[in-house]
Write a protein that binds this ligand. Structure first.
Ligand code: NAI
Length: 238
């Protein structure tokens, strides 16, 4: 299951996991872009189902996981990718903008991982992969809410890793740097060009760069890797 699969990084992750041979549950708020992606995955010989959910609604997140497990019989890989920004300098950031970002970017992941843990333990196999950000490691002016959520993901995932390791369930974080998606395109071409110059690998990342990291962490071969933060940022933070 991949949240935020309708576009950007989530779309790339879902496409990659489908190419790896997984049946993928595509999650976002609206069905149309997910149906289009399902069509693309099937045309390439893969398998996908669509499930709409507003992750800001905790009970809907619980229901989502329950319905996936009851419809599919199992849930092996949970990729919590969906995320939002409500940027603003600390002194001007409203309580609402703090709360909504924490709710969608952190609380929904807590609820999804908690709900997925039982079925994964029953199957003695699970891969929880949570998408954080380099902002969660080093902070970023204008993103106190986002940085708090993304750093929270890291502490929470390390805890999940310790709690479920003996049950065959791993939990890891991927921390992307500057990735070319609609989220970053909103910053404007000038900002992106300047950002690319400061990245040691001299380019912005692509969704596929993140998808390959997720593909590894989701694989059978990554079974001895848990509680880790895999930074995929072209060398920005090293
Ligand atoms: P995006 O804005 O292009 O896509 C976000 C996805 O999340 C969309 O599919 C959207 O429908 C979904 N989503 C948002 N709120 C939702 C909600 N309440 N319920 C259900 N779905 C919801 O973002 P992008 O760039 O693809 O980012 C994906 C993840 O990677 C996010 O968690 C983001 O914070 C993280 N990230 C992105 C970076 C970048 O440079 N683009 C850098 C570091 C982290």
């Amino acid at each position: 299951m991949v949240t935020g699969a309708s576009r950007g990084i989530g779309r790339s992750i879902a496409t990659r996991l489908a190419a790896d041979g997984h049946r993928v549950v595509l999650v976002a708020r609206t069905a149309d872009p997910l149906e289009a992606l399902k069509g693309e995955i099937e045309a390439a010989g893969g398998s996908a189902v669509v499930s709409t959910c507003d992750l800001a609604d905790g009970s809907a997140v619980n229901e989502l996981i329950e319905s996936v497990v009851s419809d599919e019989g199992r849930l092996d890989i949970l990729v919590n990718n969906a995320g939002i920004t409500r940027d603003g300098l600390m002194l001007r950031m409203s309580d609402e903008d703090f709360d909504v970002v924490l709710n969608v970017n952190l609380r929904s992941i807590f609820i999804a991982c908690r709900a997925a843990a039982r079925p994964m333990m029953r199957g003695r196999f699970g891969r929880m992969i949570n998408i954080s950000s380099v902002t969660g490691l080093i902070g970023n002016p204008g993103q106190a809410n986002y940085a708090a959520a993304k750093a929270g993901i890291i502490g929470m995932t390390k805890t999940i890793a310790k709690e479920f390791a003996s049950k065959g369930v791993t939990a890891n974080v991927v921390a992307p740097g500057f990735i070319r998606t609609e989220m970053t395109e909103a910053l404007g071409a000038g900002v992106l060009e300047e950002a690319a110059k400061r990245i040691p690998l001299k380019r912005l990342g692509e969704g596929d760069d993140i998808a390959h990291a997720v593909s590894f962490l989701a694989s059978e071969g990554a079974g001895y890797v848990t509680g880790q933060v895999l930074t995929v940022d072209g060398g920005m933070v090293c």
